[in-house]
Design a protein around this ligand. Structure first.
Ligand SMILES: [Zn+2]
Length: 298
């Protein structure tokens, strides 16, 4: 984990899951909190050694790898915690994540793991997209859904802390089918990112880039090529949801041996199906108690 300076007030901890930091006089705001106590322990140690305060925390979205360290932070420091609405509900009730991934069934014990469920945290202020001033810290937030229902990226002092609204090229290559919840909204958010004028962006996973438009473009290309593959693959005769999940994962050489990772990929594959439905390319129906998808005849 490397503590990197971006400008006079903005920094970030370059890690598996990046953590932003903004310094304003006696105040210091962390943006996201890493996955667990040990990450947060390192963050606090680094800030202390640089004599930097920590008074505020903003969480971009309710995924455990972005808020798992927040409980430890709240125990150690008197923190004002800010989160997007809807995402705040998950941060306060973390079982909601394994619950929704498991389609509303009570999650099996193995789904209560730190990758899907962090410790509950207190949220002091729920916000939406717009401009804000909290305790003298002014910033703007952008609603960028498609990866998480109500994800907000934070723009402050010229830097965009983008959460998981886009991924680094390495992440795209690693996951093959990136975790998204709606392909259409993901693409809309990526196009919105291209229009944000700022001095650079820190994604949730990857490195800070002054010009991040090429990386955003690679994200768009990745999603469009997955949509193209799926559109070619679905026939007029119809294919079951279960078969599509299996075939798409096999085709892109995704290897799932655990239920928790398979559930994430099921959601991602479904996000591309939803994207094609919204484009009018396919439709869906129930046949013999099986959820099926077929090409729309043009
Ligand atoms: Zn995420």
């Amino acid at each position: 984990m490397k503590f990197t300076t971006l400008n006079e007030t903005c920094y970030y901890f370059d890690a598996v899951v990046n953590i932003g930091y903004v310094h304003r006089g006696d105040n210091g705001m962390l943006i996201d909190a890493g996955i667990d106590d040990s990450i947060m322990r390192k963050v606090l140690k680094e800030l202390k050694s640089n004599d930097l305060p920590v008074t505020h925390l903003f969480i971009t979205h309710g995924h455990a790898d972005h808020y798992g360290g927040a409980h430890f932070l709240q125990k150690r420091h008197d923190i004002t915690t800010i989160a997007p609405k809807f995402e705040a509900a998950i941060l306060q009730n973390p079982t909601l994540e394994p619950l929704y991934l498991f389609q509303g069934n009570d999650p099996l014990p193995e789904l209560h793991n730190k990758f899907l469920e962090g410790k509950a945290i207190q949220i002091d202020q729920e916000i939406e997209a717009g401009t804000h001033e909290i305790d003298g810290i002014s910033f703007a937030t952008h609603l960028l859904p498609g990866h998480s229902y109500h994800q907000l990226a934070m723009e402050i002092d010229g830097i965009l802390f983008a959460g998981d609204s886009y991924f680094s090229e390495e992440q795209l290559d690693k996951h093959k089918i990136p975790y998204i919840t709606d392909a259409d909204l993901t693409l809309e958010s990526l196009r919105q990112l291209e229009d944000i004028m700022c001095d650079g962006a820190v994604p949730g996973h990857g490195v800070f880039e002054k010009d991040f438009t090429q990386t955003v473009k690679k994200n768009i290309d990745c999603h469009e090529s997955l949509l193209d593959w799926l559109e070619d693959y679905i026939t007029e005769a119809g294919i079951s949801h279960e078969t599509i999940v299996s075939d798409m994962c096999e085709h892109f050489e995704v290897k799932n041996s655990q239920l928790s990772s398979w559930l994430l990929y099921r959601t991602a594959v479904t996000a591309y199906l939803v994207g094609l439905i919204k484009r009018g390319k396919i439709d869906h129906y129930i046949e013999k108690n099986t959820w099926k998808f077929r090409k729309v005849q043009s």
